[in-house]
Every structure is written in C-alpha cells, then in structure tokens.
Design a protein around this ligand. Structure first.
Ligand code: ATP
Ligand code: MG
Length: 358
C-alpha cells in the first residue's frame, strides 16, 4: 500500500506539452478515478506512474520515495490495460505467474499464489486454458489477476472494462469495487464511463488538455462543479446551460428577447445572479409545473428510457434544445405542447462569463 504524489509533473513529446504541471496526492488506499475527454493525458499520467513513459519535469513519489528514475519493475505498480495484453502462447496460469517467475520466485510458490488469486477472481477452472479460448470478460479477469498476483503497492487501470458489453461491465465494476474493499490497495482508474467514475471513485480528477479542472468526491463534483467544464462533463443527460444578462432595473435574468426569468424561480439571491452570465440546470432537477412559472418551452421531441422520459424543449429565442427529465415511465405530454418548467433543486448553478462557478 502506498500514496502517490504528483508534484509539478509535466510531460512533453518533443516540443508539445501534453501534461502541464500537475499537483495531486492520491492517498494510501484510495480509489482515485481519472476522467476527461480523449487526448487530455489520462493514459500518459498512468504510464508515467508505471514507469512506461519518462517524466519531463517535476517529482513523482510513491510512498514518499521519488521514483522518476526507477524502472517499471522497481516501482511496485501494476497496470491493467484496455486490451488485456495477455501472452497468447501461455496458459492463464503461466500468464498470471509470469511476473513472479521473472522476479525469481520458485515455481511451487508461484503456483500457490496464482491459485489463491484465481480463487478470489473465480477463474480457477480457466487456469490451464490459453487466452484465445477465453471470452473478453474472462480475459480481463485474468489480466486483473496477473496484476494482483504480484501484490503491487498501487494498481493502475486504463479503461479496463471498455471492451466489454454493458452487463459484463456492470458485473466486473462491482467486482472491482469489492476487490478494492478487500485488498485496500491504492488504485488509479481511468475511464470514459460516467457511471464507473461516479460509482467506483472515492475521488474523481477531471482532466482537460493536460491539466486538472477539479478533484473531489463524486457528490462534490456533481453538486458543486468548480466550473462549466466539470458541470458539462459529469451528469447524464448533460446539464442545460442558459446564457443570460442580468437586468438590474427589473431584477430578472434575460435569457432571450422573449424570455426573462425572475430569481424567485430558483430561490436565488439577486446579488449572486448579478455576477453571473450562465445558468446551469440539470435535466433531473427540472420539473413540469401546472402553474404559470413564466419559464415556458415547447416540446420538440421525447425519448422514452423505460423508467423515465427525456423531453427536449424549445425555449423562445434559445438555439439549443432544453433537456428535462421526467421520472415516470410514460408521459401524457405531446410534441408541440407548451409547458411550464419549475426547478426543484435548492442549489442553483451559476457561472460567470469566464466559466467559473459564482
Ligand atoms: N508517443 C507519443 N508521441 C507524441 N504524442 C503522444 C504520444 N503519446 C500520446 N501523445 C499525445 O499526448 C496526448 C495525451 O495522450 P493520452 O493517451 O494520455 O490521452 P488520453 O487522455 O488517455 O486519451 P484517450 O481517452 O483517448 O485514451 C494526446 O494528444 C496524444 O496524441
Ligand atoms: Mg487513454
């Protein structure tokens, strides 16, 4: 078990900076998730920890010890990749034991350790098979087993479940969470999947173009995003963003020439709204109202999701359709209908013209 410290970590390929001075502390035993758009540097971060990529500047510490110059095998980090990366000519048992054999452990001891881990992951019956005779889910279990067997100080997962179908992803996600509870080893986990990020991460770091936008618990990031980027990145369906100008004389937010909203609609303080330029309204916090709220939209189309309905509304003078989630399997609403919108959450998200939360 170990903490991981990134101190002013930077990485460039030739003259192109891809990681731009990152400071981050992953606590001993923590499950940390990295999310962010494609190309923002998540894999590069993991590869630097694993020792698969050199570090251009800054200090990387594992358990308080600087490891910048240490080779991959000296760092006590094990990495699991998206594409499994199993050796095709070795059986499952040989794949799992390979690292231990290489480090000089005697065969019987290796076999014992492999057996133990295979039991934990319920793959004992697969030990003599070759990777080509395994399903995707089984292969990824083996890849995870190969990482565990070495008893690393830190686990690094780079989108380990993204090649699996939806139901298997959910199953393995739960198993990974259990594994973390059981082993209590520090884990850093990269994913594109919001649900994985929210459910697995004790904390989430949101990356954007080589820097971190915000680090926090899933609830903090969802309820109190530091900026527009984080607000838009987390949450599905995506948060609505409504640009406005504050009309001091009338004490309303002008969304468009035909749409002005009073602060009372959101239980928000006018002085706060006066500083902002953008409202963030999550679709699940917007409801339909039988009363005239003055916040009206016309239904353009609807999506039925089984347990809920997603309505897309046209607001007068607003280009982007407004998303509203109705928590009922059916809805009596019809396309073309004009409806009143209310806001159910106590906390209103307001962002300034610079995108920072107000
Ligand atoms: N060997 C390399 N040479 C030059 N540029 C590279 C190299 N490896 C990665 N990059 C660049 O570094 C940036 C970060 O890449 P990285 O793989 O870390 O992104 P990522 O966040 O993992 O993306 P994804 O979600 O698509 O996996 C990208 O712009 C990528 O093109
Ligand atoms: Mg990647």
């Amino acid at each position: 078990m170990a903490s991981i410290t990134f101190a002013h970590i930077a990485k460039s390929y030739k003259d192109t900076p891809v990681i731009k001075g990152i400071n981050l502390e992953v606590a001993d035993g923590e499950f940390m998730v990295f999310v962010g758009p494609s190309g923002c540097g998540k894999s590069t971060m993991l590869r630097m920890v694993a020792g698969l990529e050199s570090i251009t500047a800054g200090d990387l510490l594992i358990d308080g010890v600087r490891v910048n110059e240490l080779g991959p095998s000296e760092r006590g980090a094990a990495m699991v990749f998206q594409n499994y990366a199993l050796y095709p000519h070795m059986t499952v048992a040989q794949n799992m034991g390979f690292g231990l054999r290489m480090s000089g452990m005697a065969k019987p001891a290796v076999a014992l350790q492999v057996q133990e881990v295979a039991q934990t992951l319920q793959i004992t019956h697969l030990l003599e098979r070759y990777p080509k005779a395994l399903s995707g889910g089984q292969r990824q279990r083996v890849a995870i087993g190969r990482a565990i067997v070495r008893r690393p100080k830190v686990f690094l997962f780079d989108e380990p479940l993204s090649n699996l179908d939806a139901s298997l992803r959910v199953q393995l996600r739960i198993e990974l969470a259990k594994l973390h509870q059981q082993l209590k080893t520090t884990m850093v986990y990269v994913t594109h999947d919001q649900t994985e990020a929210m459910t697995l991460g004790q904390r989430i770091a949101v990356f954007n173009q080589g820097h971190i936008e915000q680090v926090g618990t899933p609830v903090e990031l969802y309820q109190k995003p530091a900026n527009r980027f984080v607000a838009e990145f987390l949450g599905s369906p995506k948060i609505n963003m409504l640009g406005y100008t504050w009309d001091e004389a009338k004490q309303v937010m002008r969304i468009s020439p035909h749409l002005a909203l009073p602060p009372s609609l959101f239980k928000a303080a006018p002085h706060r709204l006066a500083q902002g330029a953008l409202l963030g309204l999550r679709p699940e916090h917007c409801t339909l109202s039988a009363q005239d709220t003055g916040f009206v939209g016309t239904i353009e189309f609807m999506e039925y999701l089984g347990d809920s309905v997603l309505a897309y509304l046209h607001l007068s003078g607003v280009e982007e359709l407004f998303r509203l989630k109705i928590n009922q399997p059916h809805s009596p609403l019809k396309v073309g209908q004009v409806v009143n919108i209310a806001y159910s959450n106590d906390e209103l998200m307001v962002f300034g013209a610079d995108g920072l939360a107000v």
